[in-house]
Write a protein that binds this ligand. Structure first.
Ligand SMILES: Cc1cc2nc3c(=O)[nH]c(=O)nc-3n(C[C@H](O)[C@H](O)[C@H](O)COP(=O)(O)OP(=O)(O)OC[C@H]3O[C@@H](n4cnc5c(N)ncnc54)[C@H](O)[C@@H]3O)c2cc1C
Length: 468
């Protein structure tokens, strides 16, 4: 009886899983295996919270596998020798896995495929990351034409979604390593495929998707799907998300009802775009998409970086967002843009410092999306914001967190500050500061930098290297 190995990496799910299906279709039994890759665990991008989320997702996957006659084998070490040994011990024919796009995973898979029968399938993105090209055969580097082409190709349908196999025959396995247990579980993001799919369907079938276009930028409300950690680790299929968005577009009676699902689909296509950028332009992993920006003379003040990380900059919306990140492992997209702009353009700190810190904290920390988001904000990337666009934290707060709930929730020192001073508390008269027990410099930090001064420094530093 032919047996295959299903090597799980960032596809921790049974529904719509091309690698699992290919492994089952080509054999009568499979061995589902997850390897804690010691190189990844030692990486400076490692995040204990994300690892705990993954471990819990794997534990639940193991439960789901056991209900289908299978079980998860967990190994620890270097993938090549472990897979070599597993193939030899079990007599399995081939290893099936989902293709990934990070330079590390591509190099690792190339080395393994040179020696072992490794068969890679799609599934990390909705379309294969090398499926969308310009007429001249080159990859897109600007989002809007990429999206236009993406939408012009055959769109995914319900019939494309691969069902959960009813039975997954698996031979008796030798002792598996145990999954690390941890107390880092996030109450906001219960791990696992069932929780992720329930969230996806609640969002798509309820009011969330309908109101998405109107609410998604507002940091004060829960206006987005909060699905990114599940998409990151494949606890939800990106293709299923796209199918649900397309169904909602099809059902809509008029443009107003289409706005929500169309905008959401567009965000899913941003994810596709950044996956293909990392796949096609791997140099972005360590440097600017446009290499001239690697020459910027950053100020890189370590104390200012520490204040940014800790949410102690004296700029309330920046501090609220960074404290939300530190406490929960998640941050609203608008807030990500604001804090990233502040780090790079107000503190003149190398975007790669921020990129790394985000990877160390974010439950959804993703090499493609995170890199894309940082390079976009910094203005060094593909479809970048122009370098002279510098977000003003106060006006961002007034526009996108207008009722102040977000700031007060995450920066309790400011809870009693009157609304008109909340975005710029240093403008509060001293008497008011004492009245609300929030003396600037004592109870809450004074602004870390004078933005009028740093703005000029930043523009000069960018101008010195920019050809625009
Ligand atoms: C500096 C910076 C860093 C970022 N780092 C990451 C990261 O590490 N991992 C990550 O998944 N996203 C990252 N993003 C993108 C975005 O902030 C998150 O995907 C989004 O906030 C997730 O929330 P949600 O699931 O509610 O998204 P929704 O708004 O409901 O969108 C649905 C899905 O679309 C995708 N998506 C949404 N916005 C974007 C975007 N701007 N770019 C690419 N994909 C998007 C995500 O997969 C998201 O889950 C970053 C953005 C910036 C500006």
């Amino acid at each position: 009886m032919a047996t295959n190995i299903w090597w799980i990496r960032r596809d921790v799910r049974l529904f719509d899983n091309p690698a699992l299906h290919a492994a089952l279709a080509k054999g009568e039994a499979i061995i589902p295996v997850f390897i804690w890759d010691e190189a990844l665990l030692a990486s400076s991008y490692m995040c204990a919270r994300r690892t705990a989320f993954l471990a819990e997702g794997l534990r639940l996957l193991d439960e789901a596998l056991r209900q289908r006659g299978s079980q998860l084998l967990v190994l620890h070490g270097r993938p090549l020798p472990l897979l070599r040994q597993l193939l030899a011990e079990t007599g399995a024919t081939a290893v099936y896995a989902q293709r990934d796009v990070s330079p590390y995973s591509k190099k690792r898979d190339k080395q393994i495929a040179a020696e072992l029968p490794l068969i890679l399938t799609d599934g990390v993105a909705i379309r294969p990351t090398d499926a969308v090209y310009k007429d001249d055969g080159k990859p897109y580097t600007v989002f809007t034409p990429y999206k236009k082409r993406w939408l012009s190709l055959v769109l995914p349908r319900t019939a494309d979604l691969l069902p959960i196999p009813e039975r997954i025959p698996t031979p008796k396995l030798s002792q598996s390593s145990s999954l690390p247990s941890s107390n880092l579980a996030s109450p906001l993001f219960p791990a696992g495929e069932a929780a992720g799919r329930a969230r996806l369907h609640a969002f798509a079938d309820g009011d969330g998707l309908r109101h998405y276009a109107a609410l998604r930028n507002n940091m004060d409300v829960d206006g987005t799907a909060s699905l990114s950690p599940y998409l990151r680790l494949g606890m939800v299929s990106a293709r299923e998300a796209a199918v649900l968005a397309l169904q909602a577009i099809g059902r809509a009676k008029g443009q107003e009802e289409r706005d929500g699902p169309e905008t959401w689909l567009s965000e899913l296509i941003w994810r596709e775009f950044y996956l293909q950028i990392l796949d096609q332009f791997p140099h972005v992993r360590g440097g600017s998409f446009r290499p001239e920006y690697d020459q910027i003379a950053w100020r890189n003040d370590p104390d200012e970086f520490a204040a940014w990380c800790a949410g102690q900059t004296g700029y309330p919306i920046v501090d609220a967002a960074m404290r939300q990140l530190n406490e929960t492992g998640w941050m609203h997209n608008r807030a990500r843009m604001v804090v990233a702009s502040f780090l790079v353009k107000d503190l003149l700190i190398d975007w790669r410092w921020g990129e790394r810190y985000f990877m160390q904290q974010l439950l959804d920390g993703d090499p493609a999306n995170n890199n894309g988001g940082w390079q976009w904000t910094t203005g060094t990337g593909t479809d970048a914001a122009p370098y002279f666009r510098i977000f003003n934290p106060a006006s961002q707060a007034q526009k996108f967190a207008p009722d102040g709930r977000y700031t007060r929730r995450w920066v309790p020192e400011l809870a009693a500050v009157p609304a008109k001073y909340l975005a710029e508390p240093w403008t509060m008269p001293l008497l008011v500061q004492h009245g609300v027990q929030c003396v600037i410099g004592r109870d809450y930090p004074a602004p870390l930098v004078d933005r009028a001064v740093t703005r000029e420094q930043t523009l000069a530093a960018y101008k010195a290297v920019s050809s625009k």
